[in-house]
Design a protein around this ligand. Sequence first.
Ligand SMILES: [Zn+2]
Length: 269
Amino acid sequence: MPGTSYAPTVNRLLAALPRNDRLSMIARCEVVPLVAPDVLFQPGERLRHVHFPVTALISLATPTPRSAGVEVGLIGDEGMVGTPLVLGIAVTPLAGIVQRPGMSLCIGAAAFTRELKARPALRRLLDRYLFVRMTQLARSTGCTRYHLVEARLARCLLMTQDRAHSNAMHITHEFLALMLGVRRAGVTKAAISLQRLGLIRYSRGDIVIVDRPRLEAAACACYGADRDTYRDVLGPPPATRRPRPDRGLPTPIPAASKGPAVERNARSG
Ligand SMILES: [Zn+2]
């Protein structure tokens, strides 16, 4: 999915809502700047906010006994963080960690629940999003167990590029290890392998994707399958979507933020 030509101005889920619902949701959200690697919530905590990222990337991780955890979701402008609230569950089993700094549209849990009850179109959209996430989670189980680290790293880099809308990105060793569920030495080995093939440039966490078509070919099939699931259930990305003047343009968000401080905890390790 070519992501470099599309500069996000609003979250894709919110942009997909009918105009009145979209404007109401955006009016109730506040624009907050997220800083990496802040921890938004830990497993077992009550969710106090729902995030609809715009330029920020949020990693969802599940704890594991012998490591810092493994990533089970990378959420950017295509998704939302706080899905348990869609199901009426207030406590999260996952950690939410800011992977890439940027802006997010943030709404309090109580206000989100009220909007969900009042707006059937929002409920239908987020039910479909939950289906996409469930499908992607199921797929990731097989991916982690059976696919090679190099192929999974290629998949992770493509997913990050799609959400960051940039060929260049900074991802620390720690985050790559979290994304792949492997030790840092394994990350280094896989990154060097992709670099020797001429697919990426990699130096101390600075990654440039230099040959996206070949990186897609090197990635495991889960990347394309996840992308197709999202497209089939929620629609194509904006760059390939036909103009729909009946819905109006997404409302740009303001550059400055006066929103509430997102809960920040120092990340251990
Ligand atoms: Zn895979």
